[in-house]
Ligand binder design. Structure first.
Ligand SMILES: Cc1cc2nc3c(=O)[nH]c(=O)nc-3n(C[C@H](O)[C@H](O)[C@H](O)COP(=O)(O)OP(=O)(O)OC[C@H]3O[C@@H](n4cnc5c(N)ncnc54)[C@H](O)[C@@H]3O)c2cc1C
Length: 292
């Protein structure tokens, strides 16, 4: 079977979907409905984010293992260094291997409680994602992805530093990267090109069709990445009309996707928020040829 980096290097664009672990039974039902509806597109992989606390981390592991066991989909498990000793990280990685999950997105994570607070590693843990990449690599035959930030990571001094960090992650054993959600195609292309000049590390843009302006404004503040004025003004122009916001959000995501694919992006990683409709609308608009 083709690996994720292999698929990202193939001629056709890859498509992947990101979910988060649901909090309760109702959320779990919505997630599985979205997974079943999105499965028809035959995505190259689907990923499940990793929370900051023990119970949400357990849910990530459970959902990821269930995807591996009960669907036709290839799971990519997110894993962070937050609140974990190296021994605990080894255990999680071992559990993934035992349940057939061999693709891991290696992340540092953010300080729990205040994502923009100062980062303090676990006393027996890891400080940066490149160390987690190296740990996973040392434990078995995993395919390892990492995070990339077209708008520059909020704690990073510069774009050049971010490029160095990606080079370090590649050298530690990462074979692809997925970006934070993109709203400015030029910034994605700028980072992609700077990294491509140094390493062969396919970078897939994250794409989130906006369906709610307040939600996306809050998310972009938490992530420390600004929403471009052009995006905000198009969404604000339709005011509180929920279906019009959705329509504009889908249009913006479609335009961004078309531009990035035309410029050679290896695929699209949809941040679904555990819903399928807007993502499927963008997917259908693109009329991708995924046959080869
Ligand atoms: C696609 C994607 C998926 C994500 N999924 C999750 C998730 O599931 N759960 C979650 O909690 N968070 C998730 N995040 C958020 C991510 O954990 C945070 O953005 C975090 O602040 C950075 O993670 P990182 O892996 O890039 O860390 P790092 O690569 O460790 O970078 C963190 C900071 O340290 C700097 N740095 C990195 N390496 C070094 C080094 N060796 N020496 C000095 N400085 C260094 C970087 O410039 C950056 O400023 C995701 C982000 C993305 C883009």
């Amino acid at each position: 079977m083709a690996t994720i980096p292999g698929l990202l290097r193939s001629r056709r664009p890859s498509v992947s979907f990101e979910f988060f672990p649901p909090k309760d039974d109702e959320g779990e039902a919505a997630l599985w409905e979205a997974i079943r509806r999105l499965e028809r597109v035959r995505p190259d992989f689907v990923s499940v984010t990793y929370g900051a606390g023990g119970s949400t981390q357990d849910r990530t592991i459970r959902v990821t293992e269930r995807i591996a066991a009960e669907t036709t989909l290839t799971p990519l498990a997110h894993l962070t260094c937050v609140g974990a000793s190296v021994a605990q990280l080894r255990q999680v990685i071992g559990a993934y291997a035992a349940s057939g999950v061999s693709n891991i997105l290696a992340l540092r994570g953010d300080p729990p409680g205040n994502v923009r607070g100062a980062w303090t590693p676990h006393p027996e843990g890891l400080d940066h994602a490149d160390q987690l990449v190296a740990l996973i690599r040392s434990l078995g035959d995993f395919t390892i992805g990492v995070a990339a930030f077209p708008d520059v990571h909020p704690d990073s001094p510069s774009l050049e530093h971010d490029v160095e960090v990606l080079v370090r992650k590649a050298d530690a054993g990462a074979s692809f990267a997925v970006t934070q959600m993109v709203f400015d195609a030029d910034r994605y292309l700028r980072l992609r090109d700077l990294v491509a000049a140094r390493r062969d590390l396919p970078i897939t843009p994250g794409l989130m069709p906006v369906t709610n302006l307040r939600q996306i404004t809050r998310m972009s503040e938490l992530m420390g990445t600004p929403l471009p004025e052009s995006v905000v003004s198009r969404l604000e122009a339709v005011g509180e009309d929920a279906s019009a916001v959705r329509e504009v959000g889908v249009r913006i995501a479609t335009e961004l996707a078309e531009r990035m694919l035309a410029e050679g992006a290896p695929g699209l990683h949809f941040i679904t928020m555990n819903r399928s409709t807007a993502t499927l609308e963008v997917y259908d608009n693109l009329a991708l040829d995924v046959s080869s």
